[in-house]
Design a protein around this ligand. Structure first.
Ligand SMILES: Cc1cc2nc3c(=O)[nH]c(=O)nc-3n(C[C@H](O)[C@H](O)[C@H](O)COP(=O)(O)O)c2cc1C
Length: 322
């Protein structure tokens, strides 16, 4: 496949199955990655895998037919391999390994970004997982540029390739840089030039202009969108249209509203017993959407103190009728 691909980022607590479903139905994405599944000393059973990736029961695709990849995070190579094997037995066809999570709890257990200080360990994990999987299963990895500095960025990328990963996503920041702008896209270019596997560029793509810029600076064909896709749900669709030679207008607030209602309903259906979940997820999304749509801030203010699904649904339906 030679066309530029768009990946939807793994985002723990923000892009779960209902959000993947919604964003891929709005369109433009070729692949999504699940939130990281943390691997410690046990092999997760079917229910845990399905909790993170309900798409396993639907040929690893969202409703819109977009492929879903499952992401594992951990530091114990053998346990990572056993868990990867397990999820492949359940039907997964593509595993991604996380070498970028900055969360202190995860890093204390030697998982995520902390591993970027130890390229040998990274290679061991990738190679052990690779060996445990049939050749037809795709193994990829996602990394930041380093832990406290970028000294080992190329060594880590090369370790990932050496270990047998088939592609690599690079979030162009170190762990210490957190999410502070700028993302160092020029480092993605350096990494791309130092490995022969495809590199997917990630970090701070919030607009079509950012997309054009990250591709030009990094030299990568494929790009991953995270926060930009949550704040501007049609960003991927706009980019995909641009890649086909078309410029399409952004969705207006009135066009976004039915998607908000749809998302809320999806979250309500996900876990009928848990009333907090849809309420929290809706408020969280509105807080992101208001960075682009001021009307989302007004809607958020109306809903802020409400906790009952029926009250929120009433407000959403009233908005839709206007
Ligand atoms: C709330 C949040 C959760 C995240 N969870 C994950 C995760 O589970 N796995 C992962 O590899 N990266 C995770 N990331 C990093 C994103 O995938 C992405 O690399 C980062 O947000 C930069 O891309 P963006 O500027 O397009 O958002 C997370 C980021 C945020 C803000």
């Amino acid at each position: 496949m030679n066309f530029p691909r768009l990946h939807l980022a793994p985002m723990q607590g923000l892009i779960d199955a209902p959000m993947r479903d919604l964003l891929t139905r709005i369109g433009g994405f070729d692949v999504c990655v699940t939130e990281f599944v943390r691997i410690t000393h046990t092999v997760h059973g079917r229910s845990i895998w399905l909790k993170y990736m309900p798409e396993l029961a639907h040929t690893n695709q969202t409703q819109a037919g977009t492929a879903v990849v499952v992401q594992l995070l951990g530091s114990h190579a053998e346990n990572m391999a056993l868990n990867a094997k397990k999820v492949v037995e359940l039907g997964a066809t593509h595993i991604d390994l996380n070498f970028g999570c900055p969360a202190p709890t995860v890093n204390q257990h030697q998982g995520g970004a902390v591993l970027l200080q130890y390229p040998d360990k990274i290679e061991e994990i990738v190679a052990t997982v690779r060996r445990s999987l049939p050749a037809k299963i795709m193994l990829s990895a996602k990394m930041r540029l380093g832990y406290e500095n970028k000294n080992l960025a190329l060594a880590c990328a090369q370790a990932i390739e050496q270990g047998g990963a088939g592609e690599l996503t690079v979030h162009a920041r170190t762990k210490t840089e957190g999410y502070r702008p700028p993302a160092h896209w020029e480092w993605i270019a350096r990494i791309r030039q130092s490995v022969s596997i495809p590199v997917i560029a990630n970090g701070d793509v919030f607009t079509l202009a950012d997309y054009q810029q990250i591709r030009s600076v990094s030299g990568c064909k494929d790009v991953m969108l995270g926060r930009g896709a949550v704040q501007r749900p049609d960003l991927a669709r706009q980019i995909a249209a641009y890649n086909q030679g078309e410029i399409i207008p952004s969705l207006s607030w009135l066009e976004i509203l039915p998607w908000i209602n749809d998302f809320f309903n999806c979250c309500c259906n996900k876990d009928a017993a848990n009333h907090n979940y849809p309420v929290a997820r809706l408020k969280q999304w509105l807080a992101q959407l208001k960075l682009v749509y001021p009307q989302a801030g007004q809607l958020f203010a109306q809903l802020r103190t409400l906790t009952k699904i029926a009250d929120i649904r009433h407000i959403l339906l009233t908005q839709l009728k206007h």
